[in-house]
Design a protein around this ligand. Structure first.
Ligand SMILES: NC(=O)c1ccc[n+]([C@@H]2O[C@H](COP(=O)([O-])OP(=O)(O)OC[C@H]3O[C@@H](n4cnc5c(N)ncnc54)[C@H](OP(=O)(O)O)[C@@H]3O)[C@@H](O)[C@H]2O)c1
Length: 243
């Protein structure tokens, strides 16, 4: 029974991969618009990607453990952006972007694990040796997809916006010669993948669904799929994604 469920999921994920390279699926076009997005961690990556969504017309709550520090940032992003605590952002969002240092994931699991269950969670975290200590060791041993699945258990995880520097995202969202920059994403939930594909597109990029969550290891920090500035067809070819 379990293997039947898994194979059905695998088929759905495969179908989603084929359909989603550089295209926004029909389902996502019927998803609630604008989306309500909560952003956990309003640093480099959270403020950059959250800002792109706010400017695209989505309702965005950026969060901090000290939300008063975000006043200037949200004012600069216009009327679609607001500030809150991480708990408020999770309650606000149908989709949650997690953009905190990876060493904070065990704490996130403890504090917000229950609230994140069932939410679409875009997981942008990377683990680095210098910053993330013990959790970096876990990622080296098991791969980041498995470690995110452990700490974000029950969430509909899509790994995304992890594979390049925030400055490159900001520059390419504004303008890129030769076509939009591709963003690799991976997850086990086809509807979450579809919703995130739409948000990737709305931020100014082309999504490439690489496959189920485990495939996120193919564009993890330190892998050959990390740090690429390519169009969707180029990235799909590089990562061996069927089109
Ligand atoms: N920088 C990049 O170019 C880039 C690109 C791709 C992926 N990433 C990954 O994205 C993540 C964020 O990177 P960043 O450069 O944006 O970091 P950053 O600028 O240092 O911002 C991280 C934010 O996380 C919040 N935070 C820290 N610990 C937290 C906790 N326990 N609970 C809730 N919030 C917490 C902090 O907010 P408060 O202190 O205000 O609460 C901080 O503003 C990292 O995992 C990184 O590897 C970064």
């Amino acid at each position: 029974m379990h293997s039947e469920t898994m194979s059905r999921r695998a088929i759905l994920a495969l179908a989603a991969s084929a359909a989603l390279v550089s295209a926004v699926p029909a389902w996502a076009q019927t998803a609630p618009q604008p989306a309500r997005i909560g952003v956990i961690g309003a640093g480099n990556i959270g403020s950059t990607i959250g800002g792109l969504w706010a400017k695209a017309g989505h309702e965005v709550m950026l969060s901090s453990r000290h939300p008063e520090t975000l006043k200037g940032l949200v004012e600069g992003l216009g009327p679609k952006a607001r500030a809150g605590t991480p708990a408020e952002a999770i309650a606000f969002g149908d989709v949650i972007l997690i953009a905190v240092p990876y060493k904070a994931y065990p704490q996130l699991a403890q504090d917000y694990g229950a609230a994140l269950k069932g939410k679409i969670v875009i997981d942008a975290g990377n683990a680095t040796q210098a910053r993330d200590g013990e959790v970096y060791g876990e990622v080296q041993a098991s791969g980041i997809a498995a470690v995110s699945a452990k700490y974000l258990a029950g969430a509909r995880i899509v790994r995304g916006f992890n594979a390049a520097n925030y400055k490159l995202f900001a520059k390419n969202a504004a303008q890129r010669e030769g076509g939009r920059m591709a963003i690799p994403i991976a997850g086990d939930d086809p509807r979450a993948l579809a919703a995130v594909s739409k948000l990737v597109s709305d931020a100014g990029f082309d999504p490439v669904v690489v496959g189920p969550l485990a495939k996120a290891d193919s564009f993890a920090m330190g892998s050959p799929g990390f740090g690429l500035d390519l169009t969707a067809p180029e990235l799909a070819t590089r990562l061996g994604v069927a089109r």
